[in-house]
Design a protein around this ligand. Sequence first.
Ligand SMILES: Cc1cc2nc3c(=O)[nH]c(=O)nc-3n(C[C@H](O)[C@H](O)[C@H](O)COP(=O)(O)OP(=O)(O)OC[C@H]3O[C@@H](n4cnc5c(N)ncnc54)[C@H](O)[C@@H]3O)c2cc1C
Length: 258
Amino acid sequence: MADTDKYMAATITRRVDHAEDLFTIWLRPEEGLAFKPGQYVAFGLHDHEQKVLERAFSIVSCPAEEQLEFYIERVQTGALSPRLYDLGIGDAVLMRKKAKGIFALDTVSGHTKHYLICTVTGVAPYVSMIRTLLREEAAGHPFGGTLVLMQGAATSHEFAYAREIEAAAKQVSWLTYIPTISRPWEDLEWKGERGRVDDLVRKYSDQLGLAPEETTGYLCGNPGMIVNARGILKRRGFGDKAIKEETYWAPGEGEVEY
Ligand SMILES: Cc1cc2nc3c(=O)[nH]c(=O)nc-3n(C[C@H](O)[C@H](O)[C@H](O)COP(=O)(O)OP(=O)(O)OC[C@H]3O[C@@H](n4cnc5c(N)ncnc54)[C@H](O)[C@@H]3O)c2cc1C
């Protein structure tokens, strides 16, 4: 059975399906969960030996929200995500009592520009950061920096948070959102940027003046994208400390198109 010092029950209160394998769930944990924007928490279900089969998930919601929100991809061959996909409102998972992670907005270097790069569900920590900054702004504490968020996916159906981010980008001058798709022939209505997100890293770094002296780069999601984008940022002059990474699975484990 789950160790009650480590785990608590968290009940699904809402679910939205975005595309075939992409869904958002809202969870209400039985105890509160303290976290910072950009962090993740592990949760899961009992396996057949009554051990907890758990995985890490970045938190989409911001700390001020009552429920925890997660944007999840069902990995067809995966052990946990297909089981999570089968859950509905009222079902519960076992959640760690502590959030973890150091993938936070850089407040140490003095950089004022933040180049946020991700694939599909890797947008989760950035949404939490943006929601937090918007709330701070509404409370009279304007954000002094700029965020450029670039998200890659095969088709636009995977941009579940696009409407929210685009609305935020219209509301504040410090946010730019660039979604890009790698399979435009499957998405003929798409009018936006095309190509894999890592292939556009240099272009927008130059075009938007994201110079290494004043910019921190953030890479989240697909490990293949992270390896490529890291190389491009380094060649552009970004130092190791100016690149933050959140890799969702081990490189080389699964070549997944993005
Ligand atoms: C810090 C952190 C935060 C994360 N946040 C999220 C999140 O917000 N949303 C989310 O959906 N996932 C997130 N993940 C990934 C998540 O933890 C699981 O790896 C994922 O749900 C698959 O688990 P599984 O048990 O179904 O598959 P597993 O049985 O663990 O994996 C099977 C294989 O599938 C591949 N794989 C794993 N994840 C993916 C993926 N997303 N797409 C394609 N192939 C994959 C790998 O090759 C892996 O070896 C995060 C991972 C980390 C480390």
